[in-house]
Design a protein around this ligand. Structure first.
Ligand SMILES: Cc1ncc(COP(=O)(O)O)c(C=O)c1O
Length: 414
């Protein structure tokens, strides 16, 4: 497998030519959102310039073109994760995808009173709070699987906590704080052994490594378009076909039904087949078209190559951080982690470090990363500084980051 031609890739991303505080932008905040190549920007613009109409309703030429563009996007994006088109519901982001999964199970009576929902301590709030709320509404309870000191999932605790009462095990593929890559196939196997469904939060994995829903045997997989070169406001929820057919849509409305009839006091509806029953109302068609362009871009580069490139950058970053003697969170073993590196500089708060890096043109995130239970467990209640990489980042950028941080570490120790 050849290496990435990073310089050619960078030329596709207009924003990477920008200067920040007079310095060339080094964008290491990819776990929050990625930058967009011109192919995606042009696909969105082209939709609005020449194809815009509402979909699935009118019979005129433009409406047919727009509907076809939307359904073509569904084919491209579903194939990217190894799913069938009818198994992919377009949503606005991973958060909405997880809420849709949780509320569909609730609306379908699949979370009986006394049942259990299992999550882990390393979840993003978006994969905790919907389950907490749904558990309360259903009279079910929540169980939290613990992690070790490096933030790795404790598999023996998982085995203990997933019992025959479990109906769902919802967990992240890759941690947005430590970069820990979970053994997804094994976690789904444990869930299935107990008759529970398995929801994988792929917000940090689908953009960065090859993900195949069949290999994982996931029942649900949630992801966001904006973290994988796509536009904001579009995401996806994979729902396994046989499961989707059994689910009631929790947010029904126009475009989701084949038949509605009302008496004087009530209405009945017949749902369309999945995925349309889960997509009531006018969807983000331009977003779906843009996401398809993003997926085509990533597929052309090759996800194995993207993963390998990020691993090289992570290896370099970990070496730089170790030499500077700062506190690094997450596993030391590179095989257990993706391109996310969290650290703290003793004597400075995460926000202070992020602001000082910003003055050097380096964009990182600081704080709790919407994962408070995890940062507390890692002994960093104020949060961490997080550098996260993508296909357009370079080893030279990591070196520049190292030099900038060296100045900051010196400043902190004087
Ligand atoms: C692991 C994980 N899950 C879910 C989300 C939520 O994604 P979004 O804000 O796009 O809904 C994020 C975003 O950072 C994340 O990192």
């Amino acid at each position: 497998m050849g290496m990435l031609d990073v310089e050619a890739i960078r030329r596709d991303f207009p924003i990477l030519g920008k200067k920040v505080h007079g310095k060339p932008l080094i964008y290491f905040d990819n776990a929050a959102t990625s930058q967009k190549p011109r192919q995606v920007i042009e696909a969105v613009e082209n939709f609005y310039r020449s194809q815009n109409a509402n979909i699935g309703r009118s019979l005129h030429e433009l409406a047919v073109t727009a509907t076809e563009a939307y359904e073509e996007a569904r084919k491209i994006v579903s194939a990217f994760i190894g799913a069938l088109p009818e198994e992919l519901v377009f949503t606005k982001n991973a958060t909405e995808s997880i809420n849709l999964a949780a509320y569909s199970l609730l609306a379908s009576g699949l979370l009986p009173r006394g049942s259990e929902i299992v999550v882990t301590r390393m979840e993003h709030h978006s994969n905790l709070l919907p389950w907490q709320q749904v558990a309360r509404l259903a009279g079910a309870s929540l169980k939290v699987v613990e992690v070790d000191d490096e933030g790795r999932l404790l598999l023996d605790d998982l085995e203990r906590k997933v019992t025959d009462k479990a109906r769902v095990v919802a967990f992240t593929h890759v941690s947005n704080v430590t970069g820990v890559v979970n053994p997804v196939e094994e976690v789904c196997r444990v869930a299935h052994e107990h008759g529970a469904l398995c929801l994988v939060d792929g917000a940090q994995s689908v953009p960065h490594l090859p993900v195949d829903v069949r290999r994982i045997e996931a029942d649900f997989l949630a992801f966001s378009g904006h973290k994988m070169l796509g536009p904001m406001g579009i995401g996806g929820l994979f729902i396994r076909r046989e499961l989707a057919e059994r689910l009631e849509p929790p947010f029904p409305g126009g475009g989701a039904i084949s038949l509605v009839d009302c008496s004087e006091t009530s209405c009945t509806a017949e749902w369309l087949a999945p995925p349309h029953r889960f997509e009531a109302g006018t969807p983000n068609v331009a977003g779906a078209v843009g996401l398809a362009a993003a997926v085509e871009y990533l597929s052309r580069v090759g996800m194995e190559r993207v993963e390998l490139h990020e691993r090289r950058l992570t290896e370099k970053a970990l070496k730089v951080l170790e030499e500077l003697g700062v506190i690094v969170y997450g596993p030391k073993d590179l095989r257990d982690r993706a391109g996310v590196v969290s650290f703290n500089v003793p004597g400075l708060t995460p926000h202070e470090v992020a602001q000082l890096l910003d003055m050097e043109g380096i964009a990182v995130r600081s704080g709790h990363h919407c994962a408070l239970p995890l940062v507390k467990r890692l002994g960093a209640p104020m949060g961490t500084v997080r550098a996260s990489f993508y296909l357009y980042n370079t080893v030279e950028e990591v070196e520049a980051f190292g030099l900038a941080l060296e100045k900051i570490v010196k400043l902190a120790s004087t």
